[in-house]
Every structure is written in structure tokens, then in C-alpha cells.
Ligand binder design. Structure first.
Ligand SMILES: Nc1nc2c(ncn2[C@@H]2O[C@H](COP(=O)(O)OP(=O)(O)OP(=O)(O)O)[C@@H](O)[C@H]2O)c(=O)[nH]1
Ligand SMILES: [Mg+2]
Length: 429
């Protein structure tokens, strides 16, 4: 087992500096997830980052001593290291040095199960590597006395880079094919409300899907990034309401942007969802920061404007649940409080989803000729019938329909009263 030393080097006076303990706690969880044992911590608030080693020279010496003392085999930085800094630190410390991004990529690579997830992680890793090879080479050529030197090292490096670029190209194409394949599958699905679970890693997204669907085979674990692949379940919300709910990969502070980009296919369910359920670990002292991080990633993948229902989970572990409820109730009136381990909040969540689902299927009144029994029956299959009356030559059927369904009936010559045609911004027929 690797013995890891954690290093935090936030900018002096920054928000990160104020939360150094929490951030190193999280790095410790990442280390644990990656299978390393944490043997020590060290931090320094840097006024101006040292371009060679990020932290100051004296701090490097301190780190060296601590590494010897604790018999560390690995040093993990919470901050991003330039390839130069990484290489210099490794040379100084004679230990493997990784930054947070690399550690996260490492975890993803060991946790990826499906073919698709593996391809996505490999792509992210190669993209992380490529500029590093390049910058390391610049660094090497400077040591050897300038540009224009064509040693065997450079040839080798060029070959490596070409191979990596080729592989990146290949993986991108493969993933595009996958995405197309998924699109085909998606196109064949029934037209249900599509809900995507999003949230910080370990907030309880999979637990919420488990609670909603009653499916106990859904993987839940007290580890970061337990879920990497998208899993979709159809959920019965009661009262004739149904929705399709997808669980997917969690987010984290400083998520490597290569990773976000290469998880395009997996995050497609999020990008195509009608509604997002943002699961928040209410018992986590840093939940507000986590919420902001998730909002940022949502922005980054282009769904910053999507309707969101916040779900404050793990309410059982909140020290003062009354005060907490009052506070988030005022901030997020449409939020739901939940404890998935006790199934608390299930009814409220189902009711909220059902309300949203109904809002997209407004009630309309369809005039069906009395003689047209087949049409009447088909309406009952099409949507949720709320009432039926008879007037002169027609049945007046009040039914919840999607706007396109009402439109279709109108085109077939039936009278349809109601707001359906305009509810999605289309002009009324
Ligand atoms: N105390 C408490 N723990 C919970 C609750 N809901 C989930 N957990 C625990 O939180 C941990 C993470 O739950 P998951 O459902 O796997 O979380 P996730 O958001 O899917 O996590 P990743 O897939 O790793 O991003 C597990 O150990 C759960 O048992 C809750 O209501 N209360
Ligand atoms: Mg999960």
C-alpha cells in the first residue's frame, strides 16, 4: 500500500486558504479511495507560487524531512502542478508526486467498469499527459543548452506524441459512435419526463434513485465516485405519474476539465434531461461550497438554465435539522428534505416530480363525436383522463396531454380546447 503525504498550498488570503483543512480532508478521502494510506499532512499559504516547486524552498526541505520520518512513498498535492513543478519535486524528494487532477484520473481509471467509461477515462488521461510530455521536453531541452538540438530524446518524444495524438483521435471517434448509438436508443424511448440526478460525489444520488425506484441492486457506497456510468430507471410516482430517472457520475471541486469533456457521452442524460434533481449532502459542513461547485460544472456542460429541484439528503445526520430546514426552506422554497436511509422525503419528492410532470401535460378538453367509441378509447390510452361529460353530439373529455398530442388531435379535425398549443411557446393553431 502506498503511504501518502498530503500537501496543500493555497494562495494566501484566498477562499481555498480559509478552507485548507476541509480540502485536505477531501484529498485524504480521495487518497483512501485510490487505495493509499495517509501518513502525514503539510500546508503552506503561498503569497506567490514558486514556478519551480510551487511551495517555497524551505517548505520543500520540510516536506523531505517529513517524508523520511513518515516513510512516505507518495506525495499528493491539492493544487494543480505544472509538469515542471511535478518533475522538479520528484527529483528533489525522490518520490512519486501527483496532483489532485492526476489522482482523480487515477481513481476513475480503476473504477471504470463499462467499455464506454473506460474509453472516456483513457481519453482524459491521454489528454492530461500530452501537454505534459511537451512541457517536459521544453524543460529538458533548456537544460541541454537550447533549441534546435536533435537528440534521440526528441525523436523518441515526437514518436510518443504522434502515437498519443493518434490514440486520442481514435478514442474520440469511438466515443462519438457510442453517442450516436445512444441517441438511437433514446429516440426509441417513450415520451416520459426525463429526470437526471446530479450532485457532489457521495451526496447520495444513487441512494435517491434506489429510494425512488425501490431497486436494491443499485450500487451505493461510502466512497467517492462509486458511480461512473449512467443508470436509468423508470419510476412510478403514483397517481398515474411516471418519470425516467437517471443516475450518473458525481462532481467534485477542481474536477479535471479533460474529464468533464471526455465524459460527454455519459453526461448526455444530464444534458437532455427535462429536470435536474440536485442531491446535496446536508450533513456535510461544506455543503454550500459543494452546491456551488456542482452549479459551476452544470454551467460548464451547458445546463445552467435547466429547472432544478434541490434535494437535501442525509437530514438524519444534520445536527440541528429544525434550523437547517428553516434556512434552506427560505433559500430554496421548492426543495425537498430527505433521509434516503429511512425513506424520509420519498412522498414529498414523488409529489414534486409528479407536479412537474403534470405541468408539461396540461389538461385540455377534447370533443369526441358520440359515435366514435374507438377514439374515446384511444384517448384513455393516450393520457390521464380527468373527467368526461356529454353535450349534444359530443363527449367532452378532460385529459392531460402533451402539447404535441393535442396538436395531433387538432390536425385530425377534433376540437381541442385548452392552453396546450401555446404552453411550449408555440403559436396556437
Ligand atoms: N446518514 C445518511 N447517509 C446516507 C444517506 N443517503 C446516503 N447515505 C450514504 O452516503 C454514501 C454515499 O451514497 P451514494 O448513494 O453512493 O452517493 P452518490 O451520490 O451516488 O455517490 P457517488 O456515486 O460516489 O458520486 C453511502 O454510504 C450511503 O449509505 C442518508 O440519508 N443518511
Ligand atoms: Mg452513485
Amino acid at each position: 500500500m502506498e503511504r501518502a503525504l498530503l500537501v496543500g498550498a493555497p494562495r494566501k488570503g484566498s477562499d481555498d486558504a480559509a478552507q485548507i483543512t476541509e480540502h485536505l480532508d477531501e484529498l485524504a478521502r480521495l487518497a483512501d479511495t485510490a487505495g493509499a494510506e495517509v501518513v502525514g499532512r503539510l500546508s503552506q499559504q503561498v503569497a506567490s507560487p514558486n514556478p519551480a516547486t510551487l511551495i517555497g524552498e524551505g517548505k520543500v526541505e520540510e516536506l523531505k524531512a517529513l517524508a523520511q520520518e513518515t516513510r512516505a512513498s507518495l506525495v499528493l498535492f491539492d493544487e494543480e502542478l505544472t509538469p515542471n513543478q511535478g518533475a522538479n519535486l520528484e527529483k528533489e524528494l525522490k518520490l512519486r508526486v501527483m496532483d489532485r487532477a492526476e489522482l482523480i484520473l487515477d481513481i476513475f481509471s480503476t473504477r471504470a467498469r463499462t467499455h464506454e467509461a473506460k474509453l472516456q477515462v483513457e481519453l482524459a488521461q491521454l489528454e492530461y499527459l500530452l501537454p505534459r510530455l511537451a512541457r517536459m521536453w521544453t524543460h529538458l531541452s533548456r537544460i541541454r543548452g537550447g533549441i534546435g538540438l536533435r537528440g534521440p530524446g526528441e525523436t523518441q518524444l515526437e514518436t510518443d506524441r504522434r502515437m498519443i495524438r493518434k490514440k486520442i483521435q481514435f478514442l474520440r471517434e469511438k466515443l462519438r459512435d457510442w453517442e450516436k448509438h445512444r441517441d438511437v436508443l433514446r429516440a426509441g424511448r417513450s415520451d416520459l419526463l426525463d429526470v437526471a440526478l446530479v450532485g457532489y460525489t457521495n451526496a447520495g444520488k444513487s441512494s435517491v434513485l434506489r429510494m425512488l425506484s425501490g431497486a436494491h441492486d443499485i450500487f451505493v457506497e461510502d466512497r467517492l465516485f462509486a458511480t461512473l456510468d449512467t443508470l436509468t430507471r423508470e419510476v412510478d410516482l403514483g397517481e398515474g405519474c411516471r418519470a425516467r430517472v437517471s443516475d450518473t457520475v458525481g462532481f467534485i471541486r477542481k474536477l479535471p476539465h479533460h474529464l468533464v469533456a471526455s465524459f460527454r457521452a455519459t453526461l448526455k442524460e444530464v444534458r437532455e434531461a427535462d429536470l435536474l434533481l440536485h442531491v446535496i449532502d446536508a450533513s456535510h459542513p461544506g455543503w454550500e461550497e459543494q452546491l456551488r461547485v456542482v452549479d459551476q460544472v452544470l454551467e460548464e456542460i451547458g445546463v445552467g438554465e435547466r429547472p432544478v429541484v434541490p434535494v437535501f439528503n442525509k437530514m438524519d445526520a444534520v445536527p440541528d435539522p429544525g434550523a437547517f430546514a428553516a434556512r434552506v426552506g427560505a433559500l430554496y422554497p421548492e426543495s425537498v428534505l430527505a433521509t434516503t436511509v429511512r425513506m424520509d422525503g420519498l412522498e414529498a419528492l414523488k409529489a414534486e416530480l409528479c407536479r412537474r410532470e403534470r405541468a408539461r401535460r396540461p389538461a385540455v378538453v377534447v370533443h369526441v363525436p358520440l359515435a366514435d367509441g374507438a377514439r374515446l378509447a384511444s384517448l384513455y390510452r393516450m393520457g390521464e383522463v380527468l373527467g368526461q361529460a356529454t353535450a349534444e353530439e359530443h363527449h367532452l373529455v378532460t385529459v392531460r396531454l402533451e402539447p404535441w398530442q393535442a396538436e395531433g388531435l387538432r390536425r385530425e379535425g377534433l376540437a381541442v380546447e385548452g392552453e396546450s398549443a401555446t404552453s411550449r411557446g408555440r403559436a396556437s393553431a
